[in-house]
Design a protein. Structure first.
Lengths: 110, 324
């Protein structure tokens, strides 16, 4: 029981670390918050709104994302996010680092 | 006002004004997306389902906090300085309170209700002073926390491990201090006892009509006590030089010794004149004696405070055996 909780907490930290890369990678095409949440979920990454939205704002304030409010298809106004030029450059670097890290971990764990 | 409006208003209460409208609009947009998805799946959404949806989204305060991060009265970046300033101010206030108490006791009869009143009054005054000072420090740092630019403390200076000062061991006996103490005490012993004999002060009086001073009988009645304490002090210093480190026992002995000096000095201060002069210098002589006694009280009080602090804060022994 206690171990389960420990594992859960560690998994949470692991996911938190990977979330920025995941979000940047999914925003090459513009998305609004809820559709992004669904896209991540469809690919197997369950994220809570309370984690995703603040992250989107942070990435935007760092200049990695751009956003604007729009009304598409006469629906209600939604905020659309898309990766910026700086975000793309950062993502490229992060992808490389991620591969290295994954390789290192693979070697360690097998 | 429907549930979503109420929910968003509640979240908004915990958001900073600047971002409020924007975040509120975003939450509303998301909640409506979620609602629409459920409508498509289940038809009309009942109030229970609505409540479940909001519960899933999170408690308003937590949702707001996820945007703003924890808010501090005094945040982690200024806290170390806050802690340091508070410690210094508390130490200074304690020191001042001790000196003030010593002086007010010196002017009292040291017994009965008056004595208790002086002690009680000092404690109350100190307590009030500490609270006021603490409140002011908190106020200043809370303001600093809000006005300092976010980056101010972020850029750590480059530091070099080689520049780290060696950690002073609070238990280490300062040899220099002890030697000065011994010389000082020995000097006192010689001067007081040599000149305790009134004749010693009259050597030149007849030839030069020189200033003549002598200790009063009152002073001579204190002299045995001064001698005993000075001898004990010298003995303790010699022992500490040999020992090299303070421990709980030697600290307690030193505290007792310093308290004895304080009591003796207070009694001498409030007692009759210690010096008399035939040349009208009585007042100056006694004033100097009072100043000396006040210095003894202050120095001893500081030493008591330091020793008591170290005694309470004595470091736990390391979890491994130590080779001495």
């Amino acid at each position: 029981m206690e171990n389960d909780e420990l594992v859960q907490n560690m998994l949470l930290e692991l996911r938190r670390g990977t979330l920025s890369i995941a979000v940047l990678s999914q925003l090459t095409k513009e998305q609004y918050g809820y559709s992004l949440l669904k896209a991540l979920s469809d690919k197997g990454l369950e994220v809570e709104q309370s984690t995703l939205y603040p992250l989107l704002r942070r990435l935007e304030s760092q200049g990695l994302l751009q956003s604007d409010w729009r009304i598409v298809d006469e629906a209600r106004p939604r905020r659309y996010y898309v990766i910026s030029a700086q975000g793309k450059a950062v993502l490229t670097k992060l992808k490389r680092e991620w591969s290295l890290m994954a390789e290192t971990m693979k070697q360690m764990l097998t | 006002m429907n549930l979503i409006d109420k929910y968003i208003a509640e979240v908004g209460k915990h958001l900073p004004r600047k971002q409020r409208a924007d975040i509120e609009a975003e939450i509303r947009s998301t909640l409506e997306d979620m609602l629409e998805e459920r409508k498509q799946a289940n038809g009309e959404v009942s109030e229970e389902q609505m409540i479940a949806l909001l519960k899933e989204y999170g408690a308003p305060r937590e949702v707001a906090e996820s945007y703003t991060g924890p808010r501090y009265l005094i945040g982690p970046r200024v806290f170390p300085i806050f802690e340091m300033v508070t410690k210094i101010v508390v130490a200074v206030l304690l020191g001042l309170a001790l000196v003030k108490l010593g002086l007010s006791l010196a002017n009292s009869s040291l017994v009965g209700i008056e004595f208790l009143e002086k002690i009680g009054g000092s404690i109350l005054e100190l307590f009030g002073g500490l609270i006021t000072a603490f409140g002011n420090i908190v106020l200043v740092f809370a303001i600093l926390e809000r006005v300092l630019p976010a980056k101010e403390f972020d850029e750590e200076e480059e530091w070099n491990p080689a520049e780290l000062a060696s950690e002073p061991d609070p238990d280490q006996v300062s040899i220099g201090e002890q030697i000065w103490g011994i010389l000082f005490m020995a000097g006192f012993l010689v001067i007081f006892n040599l000149y305790a004999n009134p004749d010693a002060w009259y050597i030149r009086e007849n030839d030069w009509n020189f200033l003549s001073l002598r200790f009063t009988d009152a002073f001579l009645s204190y002299l045995p006590w001064i001698n005993i304490l000075a001898i004990l002090e010298i003995a303790l210093s010699l022992y500490m030089i040999r020992q090299g480190l303070w421990n709980a026992t030697t600290r307690i002995i030193n505290i007792a010794l310093q308290l004895a000096w304080i009591v003796l000095s207070v009694l001498m201060l409030k007692g009759p004149d210690l010096i008399e002069s035939t040349a009208g210098f009585s007042r100056i002589g006694n004033l100097m004696a009072s100043v000396t006694l006040a210095i003894v009280i202050i120095v001893s009080s500081i030493e008591v405070a330091q020793m008591a602090y170290r005694l309470m804060k004595s470091r736990p022994s390391p979890p491994y055996p130590v080779m001495k």
